[in-house]
Ligand binder design. Structure first.
Ligand code: IMP
Ligand code: MG
Length: 191
């Protein structure tokens, strides 16, 4: 499998450092928010919403950087069916969590690409009138690739418009377990 990788874009140590910092930023901002409401313990008001399956690895590391009381509500979206490197538009697969009213929601995804996935989830989450909504992504492709106007307040790394795998990101369902973010060899694509 590692033989399929042409180059490493972001290595394991860089990811760990950045995720640590993102976690601290989020913790600080959420704590401030709760303090403003006069409820520093939050009484379970912080909800992380990871978008399956790509956000799995990132979210697992990210939430362990926060020591506050929080809960997880996963949401599933399909946009790259099969061996595809191009988004086919986002579709909700399954249900959206229903109990987000009044909560501080952090939507987490692996990557902001065309923006269709995060745009959809952001829109659906907001219909429930949460107290606040934040978007956190590990990777962000350049604004030129956006088909929908979405901004993420928390971004791990800005990357060029290249198809990447690893640390949760897949090609045809594989490579999610690579501990780094890398680019595949041409021979590994379409096999
Ligand atoms: P968007 O809806 O186009 O923004 O795409 C978001 C989803 O597409 C992400 O959650 C990823 O699952 C997938 N995706 C986008 N770019 C890449 C990539 O470079 N490698 C692997 N998956 C990607
Ligand atoms: Mg995905």
């Amino acid at each position: 499998m590692v033989a399929d990788v042409q180059s490493i874009l972001i290595d394991r140590a860089e990811i760990a450092l950045r995720v640590h910092d993102l976690g601290r930023e989020l913790a600080r901002d959420l704590q401030e928010e709760l303090q403003r409401e006069g409820d520093p313990d939050g009484a379970g008001k912080v909800v992380f919403v990871p978008i399956l399956t790509g956000a799995l690895v990132f979210t697992a590391d990210l939430i362990r950087e926060l020591s506050m009381k929080l809960s997880l509500r996963v949401v599933a979206v399909s946009s790259y069916p099969g061996a595809s490197m191009e988004s086919k538009g986002a579709k909700l697969a399954g249900e959206l969590p229903r109990d987000l009213a009044g909560k501080h929601v952090v939507i987490v995804d692996d990557i902001l690409d065309s923006g269709q996935t995060l745009g959809l989830i952001d829109e659906l989450v907001r219909t429930q009138k949460p107290a606040s909504v934040r978007i956190c992504v590990l990777l962000k492709k350049p604004p030129e690739v956006r088909k929908r106007d979405v901004s993420a307040q928390y971004v791990g790394f800005d990357i060029p418009n290249e198809f990447v795998v690893g640390y949760g990101l897949d090609y045809d369902g594989f490579y999610r377990n690579l501990p780094y973010v890398g680019v595949l060899k041409k021979e590994a694509i379409g096999r």
